[in-house]
Ligand binder design. Structure first.
Ligand code: SF4
Length: 352
């Protein structure tokens, strides 16, 4: 095991690390929440969510017992809602299979639903002191530059090689601190653009710095252009209420409440999409003009489309996944954020 990197990194971290609330705890549950919630999220925007989430669900038992709707509400606006649902499922498994105690090894954490290598490594090393790596995007960048690693380090042999290097570097005495230090260096010094090499404790070990080309690493494979998908949604109102449906399992934004509708394409034109979304909810539905436009970019696709005003006639049907939401419901329910913004633009936030 080569200790040169840890010998430089750990003292730097003790002096320079940011004082962040989730680092002040040894509670494995809080560490698990932080690691899931802050993935692919800027710390400044994620921290208020972490604090609200811990206040709402202070223990794994509280989280396991909560209805999914409350969990999604606490996550609303953070994106990547599958992570919230996975964390909820993991909490249930911890209560059902582990007596409410977060398992203390990488291997057993990895068995929890939705917990991947990164999260298992972070929790095992930080909360339980297991000597395993935790390689997030920041750590990948630092290691790619120090060791001049080529190829797509997020998958395949290149990924396995990177994880092997990271595993070898983790010191037995302070694995969690080392993993956090590596990620912190990537977040604050070894940044994607304009890394601050003169301030870096690793510069005398760093191959990319020696070459004078740190930004060449890691190699980012070209991404295909983001497909733009047309969408159509219905704005149906009665009295002061607006019709919402809960988005189905397995799809985008699953479990969140939304205006009825979805993707247009193939044989499904906007009319067909709206008819399917509104089926069983009234005697008939008639489009009554355009209420506005919406757009939203996911990590892998972009939605652009129209919200149609729709009148629903006849006696209202009822569906378990549909509700006529009044202002208090809109406050309480986890709502697709760009639909919430749309409704607020339409009526002003005070009405909803
Ligand atoms: S010397 Fe520069 S490129 Fe190398 S690890 Fe440090 S900040 Fe990154």
């Amino acid at each position: 095991m080569d200790t040169a990197l840890a010998d430089r990194l750990l003292p730097w971290y003790r002096e320079h690390r940011r004082d962040l609330s989730f680092r002040r705890t040894r509670d494995p549950y809080a560490i698990l929440v932080a690691e899931v919630l802050l993935q692919r999220t800027r710390i400044a925007s994620g921290l208020p969510y972490f604090e609200r989430f811990m206040a709402a669900f202070p223990t794994v038992v509280d989280l396991a017992a909560a209805p999914e709707e409350r969990v999604l509400k606490a996550w609303e606006g953070l994106g990547f809602y599958g992570r919230a649902r996975n964390l909820h499922r993991a909490a249930k498994a911890v209560v059902a299979d582990h007596g409410g105690r977060i398992p203390g090894t990488f291997a057993r954490l990895r068995e929890l639903p939705g917990i991947g290598d990164y999260t298992a490594g972070a929790v095992a090393s930080i909360a339980f002191g297991e000597r395993v790596p935790a390689v997030d995007g920041n750590a990948i960048r630092v290691l790619a530059r120090v060791f001049r690693l080529r190829g797509d380090l997020t998958r395949g042999d290149a990924r396995r090689g990177l994880v092997g290097i990271a595993a070898d570097l983790v010191p037995p005495g302070e694995p969690g601190t080392f993993n956090q230090a590596l990620m912190e260096l990537g977040a604050t010094v070894c940044r994607p653009r304009a890394p601050r090499c003169p301030e870096c404790p690793l510069r005398d070990l760093c191959g990319a710095f020696r070459d004078g080309q740190p930004e060449r690493y890691p190699e980012i494979p070209p991404r295909p252009p983001t497909p733009v998908i047309r969408v159509a949604f219905a704005l149906a109102q009665r009295g002061g209420n607006v019709l919402l449906i809960r988005r189905p399992e397995g799809g985008l934004l699953a479990g969140l409440w939304a205006l009825p509708g979805g993707e247009v394409g193939g044989k499904r034109d906007a009319g067909a999409v709206l008819r399917a979304a509104l089926s069983g909810l009234g005697g008939g539905a008639r489009v009554d003009g355009i209420a506005g436009r919406v757009e939203h970019t996911f990590s892998h696709r972009r939605w652009e489309g129209v919200v149609y005003r729709v009148r629903i006639s006849g006696p209202l049907g009822s569906r378990e996944d549909a509700t006529w939401a009044g202002p208090a419901d809109l406050e309480r329910l986890p709502l697709v954020p760009f639909h919430r913004r749309f409704l607020e633009r339409l009526h002003g936030p005070e009405e909803h």
